[in-house]
Design a protein around this ligand. Structure first.
Ligand code: NAD
Ligand code: DAU
Length: 362
């Protein structure tokens, strides 16, 4: 089996669902269930014994050690993190704790576990660290996209904490020989994306008749990748990536924020027109910029294509259509997240339990 951290979050839950749709290799899913963790994302696995959910904090190194010796995974896929840049500006401490200290305690547990494996299992084991393109900082309009050789220059507490975790992972390969893999991916979008991030926030606010906040002039550029493509890339790196290497993952889809918001408004005008007949574009509001806002991200994804044969399957047009349709079909998911109702599951399930928190399926 494999051990996934952060598998109740946006990308992690997409990854777990896809993993189990494509293979019978069980998953131990370790998640602290912060505000961003939502077990409703995994509701379809409720009776699936291939999914073992463990409510735990990656900073708890004893617990991580115990889980590794109990479940004996062949790989760790590490998604768990604080992931929202704006939250890192308001409260960086949690980002340092989870992203740096948490990755450290997981690496330590992995090192101890890996050291006592039999030689053949040692060779097969992988620690895959899921990271971000934000560690490279920001690009000017004519700069080449970020490659694996681009120097790190993180600009927010979030990206600095991810950069630190990438360095720790690198050092565990070079110093201890731990078979690590690091992926640095661009902006994801798709189902189960928490509506604090641009695309799901715009969809939710548009439908609720609220304003659509554009930071600064809206000309910041992001390189969008459909989440399913990120999941297939991770699976491919896990299968065939070379230990100690890093792989940049991107969609070759650079778009200015304002263009993304215009696209969403136009699609909503066609699919779910406003009762008043006025375009959703009228809800756009310019607000104060994000401090230290990176102007442009773009990924050079040629290495993963050349060496591992991975390419995104979705274009932005196909991915954004799937995404919008998912949100229109899953309004209840959005309402549960916005009302906090999904957190009640945690209370209901765990408050009365006084023993172990490992649950076979969920
Ligand atoms: P998310 O915020 O949606 O989910 C994070 C998950 O981690 C949640 O389920 C949360 O409960 C869990 N978690 C947080 N702290 C924890 C802790 N201390 N112990 C155990 N679990 C904890 O994040 P996401 O957008 O799914 O991102 C997943 C990973 O991918 C992150 O490492 C992020 O840096 C990286 N990434 C994200 C994007 C993106 O566009 N969202 C792009 C590139 C890389
Ligand atoms: O590049 C990968 C990163 O993408 C991941 O590492 C992060 O975890 C993920 O959150 C994402 O970071 P961004 O800051 O790029 O994503 P966000 O959706 O927060 O913002 C996208 C762009 O939209 C960014 O330029 C800020 C802008 N924005 C965002 C919000 C929430 C707005 O203009 N208005 C908004 O209300």
């Amino acid at each position: 089996m494999i051990l996934v951290t952060g598998g109740a979050g946006f990308i992690g839950s997409n990854f777990v669902l896809e993993w189990l749709a494509q293979s019978d290799e069980p998953v131990v899913n370790v998640d602290k269930l912060t505000y961003a963790g939502n077990l409703n994302n995994l509701a379809s696995l409720r009776d699936d014994t291939r999914h073992v959910f463990v409510h735990a904090d990656i900073c708890d190194s004893d617990k991580m050690q115990e889980l590794l010796s109990t479940y004996k995974p062949t790989a760790i896929v590490h998604f768990a993190a604080e992931s929202h840049v704006d939250r890192s500006i308001h409260g960086p401490a949690e980002f340092v704790r989870t992203n740096i200290n948490g990755t450290f305690s997981l690496l330590e547990a992995a090192r101890t576990y890996w050291a006592q494996l039999a030689t053949a299992d040692k060779e097969k084991f992988r620690f895959l660290h899921v990271s971000t393109d934000e560690v490279y900082g920001t690009l000017g309009p004519d700069d080449a996209p970020f490659s694996e050789a681009t120097a790190y220059a993180p600009n927010s507490p979030y990206s600095a904490s991810k950069a630190a975790s990438d360095h720790l992972v690198r050092s565990y390969h070079h110093t201890y020989g731990l078979p690590t893999l690091t992926t640095n991916c661009s902006n994801n979008y798709g189902p189960y994306h928490f509506p604090e991030k641009l695309i799901p926030l715009i969809i939710a606010n548009a439908l609720a008749g609220k304003s659509l906040p554009i930071y600064g002039d809206g000309q910041q550029i992001r390189d969008w990748l459909y989440v399913g493509d990120h999941c297939t890339a991770i699976r491919r790196v896990l299968q065939a990536g070379k230990p100690g290497e890093t792989y940049n993952i991107g969609g070759w889809n650079e778009k200015a924020n304002l263009d993304v918001v215009h696209t969403l408004c136009d699609m909503l005008d066609a699919l779910k027109p406003n009762a008043t007949g006025v375009s959703y574009r009228n809800q756009i509001t310019y607000v104060a910029d994000r401090p230290g806002h990176d102007r442009r991200y773009a990924i050079d994804a040629r290495k993963i294509e050349r060496e591992l044969g991975w390419k995104p399957a979705e274009t932005f047009d196909s991915g954004i259509m799937k995404t919008l349709q998912w949100y229109l079909d899953n309004q209840e998911w959005v309402e549960d997240v916005q009302s906090g109702a999904y957190l009640k599951w945690l209370e209901k399930n765990y408050k009365q339990r006084d023993t172990a928190t490992d649950t076979q399926a969920i």
